[in-house]
Structure formats: structure tokens, C-alpha cells
Design a protein around this ligand. Structure first.
Ligand code: GDP
Ligand code: GDP
Length: 451
């Protein structure tokens, strides 16, 4: 259960558009993960990311991703959109980075945001952004009028980010156990000869991937512990039941011709599955079977199409389409086309595995989660069932791996499958969550609880 005690502290970045919120988000997050969702072809900016810095783990939330407002709107409208934009994030925030544009100076909109933040009684630090040179920093005192400590920074040129974070640190409780320490378990599954062992070898050659001493050898399989990233923000993984390195597979009898039982066991003990397929053969019945096992086991998944060097004139778009048709229930899972032999796109696939691993363990702050559900409900009302309509009172995330959300409602029987899918898709759109299953549970709550 996700209890209050292992909830990550939240640092929210707020401010009007174009001050550099997403630039700062990427800077603090330490890397750019622009995920191209193969289905929509859209590059999606991350809304939130787990960050470990200076012995502190926190969730960094970019409120810019919650609602973009148009700077040309009238002040009143802007004010209400700004409120909407930041309110949900502030419900969860332990500390706020209020971003402004040093070069534009203090504008009325900044003053409005400042008034709003003062009313919330939260620790706030003003990041006066676009201080690209030392000379620019001389403009910073102008922002003192906002009534919060001011740090001139340049998100783009990485200036004074440490000073800013030093201001944030006292407001972030030290977490006893950093969640990123947890080793996530990865299983690489697929038909014999699709190139699983070749892919693992190609992965192990990547200099980003740091392999710890190999332990856990059993008579017929091997687990490989490895890490990605450096220092305190490194993530640790275990590649489980690694094929090919083990002895000839004696389980593959006529009954279990393609090792389905073995695959099921690997999938069961994994957090993220890599479903490997063959470029030339295309998605087969066996691939569908394995995809189905992954879905039923509620595991995160990345689909990898290997041997792309042999594909000649197959187009990625066409393959992708055929694959989506073959396994429509894997719609939310990213696809990467690689060649284990040439090493092409192996790194991309490692990044994608890492990304899905992060989604599988995502913790959605309660305020933002509830706002997302409310917004979805406002866009499309639940359909009436025998004259009665579903009312959702409150949403709470109850688990990770897989991500479980419980909705407290007037009557759980009033949800229709389409509406359940719609709510799940809305959460995906809001939070990203590529490759991660979302399990929605409905529970009875007869009277409305105040939010
Ligand atoms: P957001 O709307 O607040 O998320 O702002 P963005 O992060 O999208 O940035 C808006 C614009 O400001 C972009 O053109 C950025 O390249 C630019 N920008 C962001 N940070 C800096 C900075 O530190 N210095 C300068 N000169 N430009 C910046
Ligand atoms: P596994 O049974 O899934 O572990 O598959 P292997 O890694 O043993 O590979 C099966 C065969 O496919 C071997 O002959 C590999 O050399 C070949 N193979 C693996 N990956 C690729 C690739 O990306 N391109 C090509 N052309 N051949 C590959």
C-alpha cells in the first residue's frame, strides 16, 4: 500500500507561461526524456519525475504541463487559469519554485501569482530565470517585492541551479529509504531465436549500463544486476532469468514447445517485461500469446522489434500498424525497432525500458490525481445505468507495480467498461505512464467526502 509515510515530498514549479518552467524541470531532472509515443507520434513533455539530489528524494512537478494558459487573455481569465493551473499541484506541494523572467522584470501577472502563493502559506523560492550572465543577476533585487527569497538562475545555461536547490532542500524531509534504491526486475521474453541473448549482450556493451558482479546463478538461468545513471540518481535493475546463458532448455517439451510456461514464470517475477519480436517474421500467434500473459500479469511492457537490419523495405510505420492490430490491448506500450547485431537503437531501447520502469513505480500526488479525474468527468459524464449515474467522490493511489487507483463512488456497479477505459486513458494522457498498466478499483462511499 502507498501510505503517507512512503509518499515522496513534492516540489512544484509554478509561474506564468514562457518563463522557462520546462527548461528548469529538465535541468533539475538531469536528463531529457522526450518520449515519442509510437502510436500518436507526439513528443510528450513529462509532468512529473522522481529526483534524487543532495540526499533528498522528491517528486518534481511542472505545473506548466497541467494547463497551458494563453498570455494574451484578459487579466481575470489569466488569474482564474493560473489558479487552476497551480491549485492542484499546491495541494500536494511541500515547497514551491516560483519562476519569473528576470529580463521581463516583475509584471502584474507575477504579482498575482505571488499574492496567491502568499495565501497558501507554503515555502516559496523565486527563481528569477534567464540570468544567463553575471550582469543579468544585478536585476534580481527587483523581485524582492514579491515577498519571497530570490535566486537568479539560468535554466538554459545551468547557472546557480545548486543555489536554488540549496534553498529548496530545508523544506524537503530526508527520506529514510530512497525509492530509487529498489531494484526493478526486468524479464526479456520472446520466441526462441528472436535474438534475446544477442540483445542482452548488446545491452551489456553499452557504457551507460553498469553491471554489478553477477550473482544468483541457478542451474539453468542467471540474473544480472545492473545500474543506469550515476551517483545518487542511478536506478538499479535486475535482469532476471536471462536466456541463452543458461543450459539447453529442458523444459521445452512438446507440451510447452516454445517455453510458454517458462515465459509465464519470468513474467510473474518481473516488474517490466521486454517482449522481443522478429522484424522479418512479423507479430506471430506466439507473440500475441506472450503479450496476453504480460497483460494478465499486469506488468509494464516495452515491445522490441529486433533484426531490423534484415527488414529491407518493411516500413516502421507499417510494422507498427500491423503490431497494434495484432495486440490492440498493448496500445499503451512503446515499440522500439532495434538490431542487436549492428547495435542500432539498442541505447534507445535501454532508455525506453528505464522510462517504463519509472512509470510502473510512479506515485501520483493525490491532489493532481483527483483533479485529473474531475477534469475527465467534466469532459465526459459517466453514462447512466438503469437511470442511475456513477458519482466519483474521491480518488487515491493505493499501490505501485502495478499502479492501482481506488475510486470512492456512490455505487461501483454503475461503471460501464467503456467509461473505465476512458478514465484510464485520461490518466494516461495526464501523467504519461507509457507501458504501465493502470488498475482501477471502485469502492462504495455513500456520502460525498469533501475534497
Ligand atoms: P515555460 O512555458 O515556462 O515552460 O517555458 P519554457 O521552458 O518553454 O521556456 C520558454 C522560452 O524561454 C524558451 O524559448 C526557452 O528556450 C527560453 N528559456 C528558458 N530558460 C532560459 C534561460 O535560462 N535563459 C534564456 N535566455 N532563455 C531561456
Ligand atoms: P534467442 O534464442 O532469442 O536468445 O536468440 P539469439 O540471440 O540466440 O539469436 C538467434 C539468431 O539470430 C542468432 O543467429 C543471432 O546471430 C541472430 N540475430 C540476433 N539478433 C539479430 C539482429 O539484430 N540481426 C540479425 N541479422 N540477426 C540477429
Amino acid at each position: 500500500m502507498t501510505s503517507e509515510s512512503n509518499r515522496l515530498p513534492v516540489v512544484a514549479i509554478v509561474g506564468r507561461p514562457n518563463v522557462g518552467k520546462s527548461a528548469l524541470f529538465n535541468r533539475i531532472a538531469g536528463k531529457r526524456i522526450a518520449v515519442v509515443h509510437s502510436q500518436s507520434g507526439v513528443t510528450r513533455d513529462r509532468l512529473m519525475i522522481e529526483v534524487v539530489r543532495d540526499d533528498r528524494a522528491f517528486l518534481l512537478v511542472d505545473t506548466g504541463g497541467i494547463s497551458h494558459i494563453d498570455g494574451s487573455e484578459s487579466t481575470d481569465l489569466i488569474e482564474s487559469s493560473i489558479h487552476r493551473q497551480v491549485e492542484a499541484a499546491l495541494d500536494d506541494a511541500d515547497c514551491v519554485i516560483f519562476m519569473t523572467d528576470l529580463r521581463a522584470g516583475v509584471i502584474p501577472l507575477d504579482q498575482e501569482v505571488a499574492r496567491f502563493l502568499h495565501s497558501k502559506n507554503l515555502p516559496v523560492i523565486v527563481a528569477a530565470n534567464k540570468a544567463d550572465t553575471e550582469k543579468d543577476e544585478l536585476l534580481a533585487p527587483e523581485f524582492d517585492e514579491l515577498g519571497f527569497p530570490v535566486v537568479p538562475v539560468s535554466a538554459l545555461h545551468a547557472r546557480n541551479i545548486d543555489d536554488l536547490m540549496a534553498g529548496v532542500k530545508p523544506h524537503i524531509p530526508a527520506t529514510a529509504q530512497l525509492t530509487l534504491d529498489e531494484r526493478l526486475r526486468i524479464a526479456i521474453v520472446g520466441r526462441p531465436n528472436v535474438g534475446k541473448s544477442s540483445f542482452i549482450n548488446a545491452m551489456l556493451k553499452d557504457d551507460r549500463l553498469i553491471v554489478s558482479d553477477v550473482a544468483g546463478t541457478t542451474h539453468d538461468s542467471i540474473d544480472i544486476p545492473f545500474s543506469l545513471g550515476e551517483g545518487e540518481s542511478a536506478r538499479h535493475y535486475l535482469m532476471i532469468d536471462t536466456p541463452g546463458i543458461r543450459r539447453a532448455n529442458k523444459i521445452s517439451t512438446a507440451v510447452d514447445k516454445f517455453g510458454v510456461i517458462r515465459a509465464q514464470n519470468s513474467i510473474d517475477s518481473a516488474d517490466v517485461c521486454v517482449l522481443m519480436m522478429d522484424a522479418v517474421q512479423g507479430p506471430t500467434a506466439y507473440d500475441k500469446k506472450i503479450a496476453d500473459l504480460i497483460t494478465r500479469s499486469e506488468k509494464g511492457c516495452v515491445m522490441i522489434v529486433n533484426k531490423w537490419d534484415l527488414s529491407e523495405d518493411i516500413k516502421k510505420k507499417e510494422y507498427d500498424k500491423a503490431l497494434r492490430r495484432a495486440v490492440p490491448f498493448m496500445r499503451h506500450c512503446p515499440v522500439v525497432f532495434v538490431s542487436a547485431v549492428t547495435g542500432d537503437h539498442v541505447r534507445d531501447s535501454i532508455e525506453m525500458i528505464e522510462h517504463v520502469a519509472a512509470q510502473v513505480t510512479a506515485r501520483l500526488p493525490t491532489g493532481i490525481l483527483n483533479r485529473a479525474i474531475e477534469d475527465a468527468e467534466k469532459r465526459v459524464a459517466p453514462p447512466a445505468v438503469k437511470g442511475k449515474r456513477l458519482h466519483i467522490y474521491y480518488a487515491v493511489q493505493t499501490d505501485v507495480k502495478p499502479l492501482k487507483v481506488t475510486l470512492f463512488v456512490n455505487n461501483p456497479k454503475l461503471i460501464v467498461p467503456n467509461y473505465r477505459d476512458y478514465l484510464i486513458n485520461s490518466l494516461r494522457q495526464k501523467f504519461g505512464l507509457e507501458g504501465a498498466p493502470i488498475i482501477l478499483t471502485l469502492r462504495n462511499r455513500p456520502r460525498k467526502k469533501s475534497r
